[in-house]
Design a protein around this ligand. Structure first.
Ligand code: GLU
Length: 523
């Protein structure tokens, strides 16, 4: 058997769609599973925009996830060029061959004429087929049309007596009746190729053995099969995979529906998170990044392992029960026969649970390395690698326990990184726990004095100190602990109280309690 060669052929749109990434991943997995090659080809025939700007985020998504390509942009290869815009000569010569062999024809019919034919067919309730009037033209009539500058396109001459059979690796056996197919345009009037033509020529010349792509292309496949046959190329194995659906829905996940997603209960958390995080790390226009884009996950602090795991599970399963899988495990087990036919919905909660798992697998140092840049970008620390800073980040991460899921979650614990006189107090918590709570201020004053005097500021030492304190005062722990938390952290919730005090250290705790007391008396 020949080497497995798969490809992903994105149009440069300026962003990488998470559903498209799943298609790319399946192609990559199948190539890697078989020790074959994965090719990246750029479908830029219809592009007027700046290619490198539109392609950048797509290549970055592959690099971030660690999905390498054996041939394509930046790496080259033996079957290039890998940009369709640079392959026009190849398309033109294939079309010339088809014209010379009578398998395609130049069609001079006007759009009006074709529209009239369509309407006539509709009226008589028959299927529309091209009347192929241009085939009747004599050479001199054609020359005259050309001399007049009459517009024309090239159409494939569909062999109407054929049944087109496709054995799709996912959809199974599919048949199409060529007798019902109009002659598709393969070359536009301006000499540019249509998708179906360019794709077949590229796939054949790049020796692609498996075309794994979104199911919406199944309807293009019969035309492509006819082009393969007309050009004498061997057919690849097709695998049309189900689309990635929006959370909880059956509709294809689409950037056009963002307004709807923003309000959907499943997606809302992701948008809220974006709004909370992106402006803080200097991405003012958080709207520019949304959960349909791979870049959203990278920028907000997901791990490639989590995204790859989640994407692999969108429409493929190892054994109907295993959820957590490393990329190596997926590569080892990936086969096309375990791709499902039904659309798979992106599930933000599930994605987060994969992320939580993979975050948990990291060593403390690795976690620090992931979180540090967020603190730097938010201006909370100058240099996360500085030993003292990195020590504090480690302590906070340890204190966060499983509250650290996404790297940017560290920003929710900014109380450990702001200066004492810049700590902000959550007004609600402050009112409830300090201003309105019985004896909160005198108790804070007393406990502050104890804290100032102790020589053991470890979490265990503080645990003992506070227990002794409540006993001596004859109060419950609840009567001091909430006020103390708000006073030192500004917030009503956070990491374990004794850890919190220990990380902040004596000086900060004393200063912050003083500030809270002053604040409660100032208004
Ligand atoms: N550029 C096409 C797309 O993004 C490629 C389709 C194909 O894989 O044939 O839909």
């Amino acid at each position: 058997m020949s080497t497995v060669r798969t490809r992903f052929a994105p149009s440069p749109t300026g962003y990488m769609h998470i559903g498209g990434m799943r298609t790319a991943l399946f192609n990559w997995l199948w190539a890697r599973h078989n020790g074959g090659q994965f090719i990246l080809r750029i479908d830029d025939t219809d592009q007027e925009r700046n290619i490198s700007a539109a392609l950048g985020p797509i290549l970055q998504a592959f690099k971030w996830l660690g999905l390498d390509w054996d041939e394509g942009p930046e790496v080259g290869g033996e079957h290039g060029p890998y940009f369709q815009s640079e392959r026009n000569d190849l398309y033109r010569s294939a079309v010339d061959q088809l014209l010379a062999e009578g398998k395609a024809y130049r069609c001079y019919e006007t759009p009006e004429q074709i529209q009239a034919d369509r309407e006539a067919a509709e009226k008589e309730k028959r299927n529309f087929l091209n009347l192929r009037r241009s085939l009747e033209l004599t050479e001199s009539e054609k020359e005259q049309y050309e001399a007049e500058g009459r517009p024309s396109v090239v159409r494939l001459l569909v062999p109407r007596d054929q049944k087109i059979q496709i054995d799709d690796a996912v959809r199974g056996h599919v048949e199409f009746d060529a007798g019902l197919m109009p002659d598709p345009v393969i070359l536009r009037g301006n000499g540019t190729p249509l998708y179906n033509l360019a794709t077949v020529i590229d796939d054949a010349q790049m020796q692609i053995t498996h075309v794994i792509r979104a199911e919406e292309h199944l309807s293009n496949t019969p035309v492509q099969v006819l082009i393969y046959q007309a050009l004498g190329y061997e057919l690849p194995q097709f695998a049309h995979i189900p689309f990635v659906a929006a959370p909880g829905g059956k509709e294809k996940l689409s950037k056009r529906k963002l307004d709807k997603y923003r309000k959907s209960p499943q997606f809302k958390k992701m948008f809220d998170k974006a709004e909370a995080v992106f402006p803080r790390i200097g991405l003012e226009n958080a709207d520019g990044l949304d959960p349909v884009m791979v870049e959203y996950y990278e920028k907000i602090g997901y791990l490639p392992e989590a995204i790859l795991n989640a994407l692999a599970r969108l429409g493929w399963s190892l054994d109907d029960k295993t959820e957590i899988m490393s990329l190596d495990t997926i590569v080892e087990n990936f086969t096309l026969d375990r791709i499902v036919k039904a659309a798979a919905g992106l599930d933000p909660d599930k994605l987060l649970s994969f992320q939580a798992h993979w975050m948990n697998q990291l060593s403390l140092d690795e976690k620090v390395a992931h979180c540090g840049p967020y603190l730097e970008k938010a201006g909370l620390v100058k240099n996360a690698a500085d030993p003292e800073t990195s020590q504090r980040i480690s302590q906070v991460i340890v204190g966060m326990e499983d509250r650290l899921k996404i790297a940017s979650d560290i920003l929710d614990f900014d109380e450990f990184f702001v200066a004492d006189d810049e700590l902000e107090y959550d007004p609600k918590a402050f009112k409830k726990r300090i201003r309105k709570a019985t004896d909160a201020v005198p108790l804070l004053e007393k406990v502050k004095n104890e804290l100032a005097q102790t020589s053991d500021f470890s979490a265990a030492g503080l645990d003992k100190l506070l227990h002794d304190f409540v006993e001596a005062e004859g109060i419950g722990m609840g009567q001091i602990i909430h006020a103390l938390r708000v006073a030192v952290s500004g917030k009503g919730t956070g990491i374990g109280m004794f850890d919190c005090l220990a990380i902040l250290g004596k000086e900060s705790c004393v200063r912050r309690i003083d500030r809270a007391i002053a604040l409660s008396q100032s208004e």
